[in-house]
Design a protein around this ligand. Structure first.
Ligand code: ATP
Ligand code: MG
Ligand code: MG
Ligand code: MG
Length: 430
């Protein structure tokens, strides 16, 4: 049986390892191989005069990134990674890799993002890239375990839908028999309906689809959203839930992913405070107007430059609160004190938006009025509106972009790096 490379200590007498040929170097009498599996890299040293004939045949035949199984003697040595090397008694090629490789896994040759994504299976063999996806996996684990601990019910809602959540743009129409149908932009309407179903606390981690017009470094056409909805709660309650979750996710990654963080060049991952600053929208606009070139006025949504300028000033994760009702979706609850403002918020990383949420409007007549005031027709929302007529509790919730979370935590330059097989305007394969 092969053992994971991480478990090969200098104290072992012999071992069988299996993995990919990361690098090969032939110095005549002596050949060196670095063999890589998902747990690490180790050196195989071949003194040509001292190894069996079939080892010599195999090492002549093998190419970089081939899959091999190697057995032999372990020797302690200062010169090799991990303080040990393996001198082979057998060297089997399990699957030979063709050359040249479409991508240099050892990262000696830099590659553009498109080349990397075209050969994503090779790209993810790179330990630094694999680290992103272990961190992502850990984040998801932390999210699930936190929400289950908080008493949430995990739900799954349809991704083939008949109506837009927030009006007609950014929708992908699909061919669905004789009906008009679209890919879901958000589980918003369904998670709210589950409040009327008496579920009280629900979450879903699932895909959202948005036909984003512009090609940006923080928008995908297929993204993953972490969505929650909570009954008998308002916006302040779910903001506390969100900041606790962010703290928990960061803490879990900082604790469990030290090697991965090291590979990504962020050994001292900063865990955000448990309580984050709340910045009213009106003040956010003033900061943006003062600090950035982008023209902005009260009533505008924040553009990239504004988000950056405000983020720089704040220097940490923060909430923007007290948004004008006019620029938030119809399902946000207007403030009782001043209905021109609503009980909505965004959670921001200093570089970009991570999440949007709100106390929802649970009052049927007001909701119908708000749908109308956005220029939409209540008839299109019949299935959604019905539950509001038969006992809808007050509720609140948010949606958090998983890729944005990975991107900002790992300090990635492009959101495409935070997803295995990104979908953008130009890419539907692999
Ligand atoms: P933005 O203003 O950045 O376009 P949004 O306000 O349109 O985002 P929401 O509808 O509030 O997005 O969705 C909730 C969260 O889902 C966002 O805060 C973001 O983290 C994530 N998200 C939204 N659209 C995308 C996308 N196209 N690609 C990746 N993540 C997205
Ligand atoms: Mg958007
Ligand atoms: Mg936004
Ligand atoms: Mg938003």
């Amino acid at each position: 049986m092969r053992i994971p490379i991480r478990e090969v200590t200098p104290q072992l007498e012999r071992a069988t390892i299996a993995g990919w040929v990361h690098e090969e170097r032939d110095l005549g009498g002596l050949a060196f191989f670095l063999i890589r599996d998902r747990t690490g890299i180790m050196q195989v040293t071949v003194p040509k005069k001292k190894v069996p004939e079939d080892v010599l045949i195999a090492i002549k035949e093998v190419s970089r990134e081939s899959v091999v199984r190697v057995s032999g003697i372990i020797k302690a040595t200062e010169k090799a990674p991990g303080g040990r090397e393996l001198v082979p008694e057998s060297f089997e090629i399990l699957a030979k890799a063709a050359s040249p490789l479409p991508l240099d896994v050892a990262e000696k040759v830099p590659a553009e993002i498109d080349t990397r994504l075209d050969a994503r299976f090779l790209d993810v063999r790179r330990p630094r890239i694999a680290a992103i996806f272990s961190i992502r996996s850990r984040m998801m684990e932390a999210t699930n375990s936190f929400l289950f601990r908080e008493g949430f019910l995990q739900i799954t809602t349809p991704k083939v839908v008949a109506a837009a959540t927030e009006g007609g743009t950014e929708l992908f129409p699909i061919a669905y028999f004789e009906k008009e149908a679209f890919l879901s932009q958000s589980p918003q309407l369904y998670k709210q309906m589950m409040m009327a179903a008496g579920c009280e606390k629900v979450f879903e981690i699932g895909p959202i689809f948005r036909a984003e017009e512009h090609n940006t470094i923080r928008h995908l056409n297929e993204a993953t959203s972490i969505d929650v909805e909570v009954s008998f709660a308002d916006h302040t309650d779910v903001m506390v839930l969100l900041e606790k979750l962010i703290h928990e996710i960061y803490s879990s990654v900082a604790e469990n992913c030290t090697a991965e963080l090291e590979l990504l060049g962020i050994p001292d991952l900063q865990v955000p405070e448990k309580t984050l600053p709340r910045l009213p929208y009106e003040e956010a606009i003033l900061i943006a107007a003062k600090k950035s070139e982008e023209p902005i006025a009260y009533g505008d949504d924040l553009g990239t430059a504004s988000e950056r300028a405000i983020g720089e000033e704040m220097g940490t994760h923060y909430f923007i609160t007290e948004w004008p009702t006019s620029i938030r979706p119809y399902y946000a609850m207007p403030s009782a004190a001043d209905p021109s403002i609503c009980n909505a918020f965004d959670l921001m990383h200093p570089k970009m938006e991570l999440s949007s949420g709100a106390q929802r409007c649970h009052v049927y007549d007001l909701l119908v009025e708000q749908i109308r005031s956005k220029g939409l027709s209540p008839e299109g929302f019949e299935f959604y509106l019905k539950p509001f007529q038969y006992g809808m509790p007050p509720h609140a919730g948010w949606g958090l972009g998983a890729e944005r979370l990975v991107m900002t935590m790992c300090n990635l330059q492009n959101i495409r790096e935070a997803v295995l097989f990104p979908r953008d305007r130009h890419r539907v394969t692999p």
